[in-house]
Design a protein around this ligand. Structure first.
Ligand SMILES: [Zn+2]
Length: 215
């Protein structure tokens, strides 16, 4: 047995013996009722993002989909997992909010800035086409003497905003927003600082979430 599988099994045992007993009622209740998550969160597959911990969500609270770069293909293009998740979350589960959550130090954003690094990853390169408009905007807005870190921050934010635009092209989302049953927001999670900044209107200003909960 691989060391990795042994480590994962040890984690399961720890969950079963140390975590589950203290929260058994929550899990039993969650299993006995249909799920009614209040939000769909689209975030990056990056292993450092623990979205349930960041939002302090428990079983049944949030519907989550993750992919490289927290991308949402515009409706009609690359119809697949992400599109199906969105349609199901909005139409069947009737989530009331959708979040696009990007993050600092994102490998996908680095890949956009350095496509030569993706030479041996044609699938990733193709997937990242869903973020090319963000690269174009971020590059266009860049000052001539802009630091690479500033360009990364700008690209990460522009990507979140672009994916919010793509979200609106999905009929299920557009319809629910028109009925005022659904709102959307864009987040950037700073892994090192544990902070989240939010654009709640799709504009370029990402405001830190303050202690009283306002974004
Ligand atoms: Zn990422």
């Amino acid at each position: 047995m691989s060391d990795v599988l042994a480590e994962l099994k040890a984690g399961i045992v720890k969950f079963q013996t140390e975590v589950y007993p203290g929260h058994q009622d929550t899990y039993v209740k969650a299993a006995s009722e249909p799920q009614t998550p209040h939000a769909l969160i689209v975030t990056c597959a990056d292993s450092r993002i623990d979205i349930e911990t960041i939002t302090q969500s428990g079983p049944g609270d949030i519907f989550v989909t993750r992919n490289v770069g927290n991308l949402v293909p515009a409706y009609g293009e690359m119809m697949g997992g992400v599109s199906a998740v969105i349609e199901y979350a909005v139409t069947a589960l009737k989530v009331r909010h959708v979040v696009i959550c990007g993050h600092t130090d994102c490998g996908a954003m680095k890949g956009l800035l350095h496509p030569e690094a993706l030479e041996k990853m044609p699938t990733v390169r193709s997937w990242l086409k869903n973020a090319h408009a963000a690269l174009s905007v971020a590059s266009s807005l860049a000052e001539s003497d802009e630091k690479p870190s500033e360009l990364m921050r700008r690209l990460t934010e522009e990507n979140v905003l672009l994916q919010m635009q793509h979200l609106r092209t999905h009929p299920s989302v557009a319809g629910a927003m028109a009925r005022e049953e659904l709102t959307i927001s864009g987040w950037v999670y700073d892994i090192g600082k544990g902070k989240v900044r939010i654009s709640d209107d799709g504009g370029r200003v990402f405001r830190p979430v303050t202690i009283d909960g306002d974004a």
